[in-house]
Design a protein around this ligand. Structure first.
Ligand SMILES: [Cu+2]
Length: 414
């Protein structure tokens, strides 16, 4: 019995070793950064990012690039995510590999949090300045207070050059130009070192003499008073008065050196300007929607009515940043991230032009590895099996119009 136990112990130890070693050598390149693990229904039912454009995919240190696009705030916002009354337009990168030189929603600079309205569509732009060389996955992103990060599509961008060359000059209202990259750093180092040294000096002053046992004995023998000499008292007073004097004097000298300072600027920005979206001329009703488990596709039955005056064809279905296209109708020319772009992912039963006034029932299949890679297939684990997305219809003159769809998504099992 003992021998068997020992064997099991040995074997499990070997097992643990093998496991740990394997884990050390297994380092997959992460292609998405956080969004995959979030609940699929939340990604499909919060913010829809579209018309995204990354102005460059290679940029030198100190050069700038922009991330632009639109986002639609879905009106069927999930209960567990607070309403986007206090939201912050962010950019998802691993630290300041870029700095955000500016960000705008509807043409307004948004360095602070802002209020977004459900059902509205906004235009945004983020100006990035390259700082650290490497290959970085740059996401558009919205932080919602009480909700968390809502991560948009990410695209790989390469920064070339050397971080040593990075400069971040800014001219203050007092007319001084400083480099924010290292402005005031020496001053911070100096004052922290200075006060740390004074703290050490105070400790060293007392540590010159034995610290613990003799003092303990002296206190217990009732001779505590002998431990603090008149010189010690004078030194104590010198430290106390000196500290106050230095604080007062340097506070005055700092005020003299920087006579104009303002408090931190903060506060919610309200009244963000949405895009005036034209009323869609195509009406879409989702009759049913299903997805196979396991599988890489979802199917929808749509009843589409064209109320416009030009024939339309369905070119794209977009959900959670994944774009399913019918290449006969629409081809992407924006350099959209490969892993999120299903160039031939949209199959429509009859995608011939839908004439004005006509109604037709479409069988639509959106199919791509992205459905699985981005774990939209994990909707099966979610407590709310509903999806939402954007449909894009293209008319005869090439104009695209967006229609939102939203319906239950029912699994079917093989
Ligand atoms: Cu990423």
């Amino acid at each position: 019995m003992k021998m068997i136990k020992d064997k099991i112990a040995k074997l499990s130890f070997v097992g643990v070793l093998v496991g740990v070693t394997a884990a050390m050598f297994y380092a997959p390149t992460a292609a998405a950064h956080g969004e995959k693990s979030q609940a699929a229904f939340m990604r499909m039912r919060t913010i829809h990012w579209y018309d995204l454009n990354w102005s460059k995919d290679t940029v030198a240190v100190n050069d700038t690039m922009t991330v632009t696009g639109k986002f639609h705030v879905f009106k069927g916002w999930p209960e567990t995510v607070d309403l986007p009354e206090s939201s912050f337009l962010n950019i998802g990168t691993p630290g300041p590999v870029f700095i955000r030189a500016g960000s705008w929603i509807g043409g307004q600079l948004v360095p602070r949090s802002c209020s977004l309205e459900l059902g509205e569509t906004y235009e945004f732009k983020v100006l990035l300045k390259a700082r650290r060389p490497g290959d970085w996955h740059v996401h558009s992103m919205m932080n919602v207070k009480g909700g968390g990060p809502i991560i948009g599509p990410g695209k790989w961008v390469t920064i070339t050059g050397s971080m040593k060359d990075f400069k971040n000059p800014i001219t203050t209202l007092t007319g001084v130009t400083v480099d924010l990259e290292n402005y005031n750093i020496d001053n911070i180092y100096f004052w922290h070192a200075f006060w740390y040294a004074i703290g050490l000096a105070w400790m060293v002053y007392w540590m010159r003499k034995p610290i613990f046992i003799p003092r303990l004995i002296a206190v217990e023998a009732g001779k505590a008073d002998t431990l603090i000499t008149p010189t010690d008292k004078k030194v104590g007073i010198a430290f106390a008065v000196g500290t106050m004097a230095i604080v007062a004097a340097t506070m005055a000298s700092t005020n003299a050196a920087y006579p104009i300072t303002t408090p931190l600027q903060a506060g919610l920005l309200r009244g963000m300007k949405p895009i005036e979206m034209p009323a869609p001329t195509v009406a879409v009703k989702v009759d049913d929607a299903t997805y196979r488990v396991p599988g890489r596709a979802m199917q929808m039955t749509l009843t589409v009515t064209n109320n416009g005056d030009s024939a339309v064809r369905l070119g794209e279905f977009n959900t959670a940043g994944v774009r399913f296209l019918d290449p006969a109708v629409h081809e992407d020319e924006t350099g959209y991230p490969d892993d999120l772009l299903a160039e031939e992912g949209l199959t429509v039963s009859d995608n011939s032009p839908l004439a004005p006034g006509q109604t037709r029932t479409y069988q639509v299949t959106a199919s791509d590895a992205a459905w699985e890679v981005y774990r939209l297939a994990d909707l099966i684990y979610d407590p709310d099996s509903r999806f939402a997305g954007l449909l894009f219809f293209t008319d005869e003159s090439g104009n695209r119009q967006m229609v939102t769809v939203d319906a239950p998504l029912i699994p079917s099992f093989i």
